[in-house]
Design a protein around this ligand. Structure first.
Ligand code: 8X3
Length: 260
């Protein structure tokens, strides 16, 4: 059953990877979209594609989730023109670096904490009150297996995703008594730009992360997000952990040797 048709979903980090796949998946259900990312040209192309294919309303905003004031301005703006989202997908997030903590780059840490934790908080603080006031809404946080188990050199990235898990739990406690739902979709290894960003643009190194086994695709994760969002209103899926079959925990991955 399609319970997503005619609803409106706001997705952060929508220009690529899991965010873009979520935009396409929601569009296929007939969900109107508010798409946010820093790369406007990519959003323009995506919006054109989805409007043509599905006849939905798509608005795009060049937006950096680290910009605290921008989150509140956007919420006011969307409220003013009647486009508040029914579903907020807190997807924007990143890993920077894979160094032992004692050798970590503090700028990398700041970027991860600002984006993955503070960015998610700003967006949630801006939009959750509207959901509570309207008596419905759904926040879907994109967590990670890295928020359930640390792995060597994951340190600060792990900490940010542990924070997302804690906040997902906390938001659930704090909206008790309302119909607002809060869920976390926690993927394992997904082939996206994630590793290229983590390795500061080193494509070769990034490629090896996904070699010798079949990682998740962004579409696999988007399916899970839509499943969670499409549940009947009395059903709140608090957490959904999704891993490739070749991965069984944060660091146990079965890889076949790669030729060459
Ligand atoms: C991304 C998954 O295992 O690369 O959050 O940290 S992992």
């Amino acid at each position: 059953m399609n319970r997503l048709q005619g609803k409106r979903a706001l997705i952060t980090g929508a220009s690529a990877g899991i965010g873009r796949a979520c935009a396409r998946a929601f569009a296929s259900y007939g969900t109107h979209l508010v798409l946010l990312a820093r790369r406007r040209e990519r959003l323009e192309a995506l919006a054109a594609e989805l409007t043509d294919a599905h006849g939905i309303e798509v608005e795009i905003h060049e937006h950096d989730v680290r910009d605290r004031a921008a989150a509140f301005r956007l919420a006011d703006d969307l409220a003013a023109h009647g486009c508040l989202p029914d579903i907020l997908v807190n997807n924007a997030g990143k890993a920077r670096g894979l160094e032992p903590l004692q050798g970590g780059d503090v700028d990398d840490w700041e970027e991860m904490i600002d984006t993955n934790v503070k960015g998610l908080l700003y967006m949630t603080r801006a939009f959750l009150p509207h959901m509570v006031e309207r008596g419905h809404g759904h926040v879907v946080n994109i967590g990670s297996i890295a928020g359930r188990q640390t792995y060597p050199r994951g340190n600060v990235y792990n900490a940010t995703k542990f924070a997302v898990r804690a906040l997902n739990e906390a938001m659930n406690l704090d909206v008790l008594g309302t119909k607002v739902r809060v869920s976390s979709v926690d993927p394992g290894l997904v082939e996206t730009e994630f590793s290229e960003v983590r390795f500061h643009g080193d494509r070769e190194r990034a490629r090896t992360v996904y070699q010798g086994y079949t990682p998740l695709t962004p579409e696999d994760v988007a399916d899970a997000v839509c499943y969670v969002a499409n549940a009947p209103e009395h059903v709140n899926i608090l957490e959904l952990l999704i891993l490739p079959t070749d991965q069984r925990n944060a660091y146990l991955v079965h890889k076949e040797p790669v030729e060459g």
